[in-house]
Design a protein around this ligand. Sequence first.
Ligand SMILES: [Fe+2]
Length: 212
Amino acid sequence: MKTVTLTLKYVREMDCPKDVVIWNYYDHEHLVGTHYKYYREARILAEKDSWALLYRKMKMPLLPFCNSTLACQWMEGDVMHVVHRDLMGFLLEMEVHFEDLPNDRSNITVIYNIAVHPFLKLFEKYFQMVFERWYEGTWEEDEPMRLRRWRVHKLGFKDFIGIDYVNKKKEAPKEFPEREYVFKPPVAAFSGIKGEGIGRPSISPIELGYNE
Ligand SMILES: [Fe+2]
């Protein structure tokens, strides 16, 4: 079938290094927690290093029904690729370009390319509104999570260990040694996300600590 490509591009800076943002994109469990308003289900079907095959069910803004996608995600240098095929047959190719900036900041460029039937070019504005709301909404929810991860990393946080002086109920050190944040996918997970998948928790996300 002949298709046309709708392209959308968003550029934004973060107050944390790029590897913290990449970690956030590989932490698939947060989809049904932090993004509980959008995602209904998440499952990792297969993963190896930066490659992941994912199933996700979501409710996108302005669409009156739930959609679901099968997606493949991988890194090539500082670019993350995600190719999604959804319930309606749309093919969405997403690129996220990560760049470190001075002072532990980063620049994140998200590009969406959606292959659609030429007829749907008429609805380009509608696609833009859907993706704009999706991008803005999820970014708003991801930002505090990324900043918190970076903040606790600087305090000495280690996955599944926590913060040493907090665990030992000791006084906080006056200074913390600088530690580079280096992320290597995949993220370790102990929920059922790598088995049958996980859904939205039935209790309030605030109780799970998804707000500050
Ligand atoms: Fe997120």
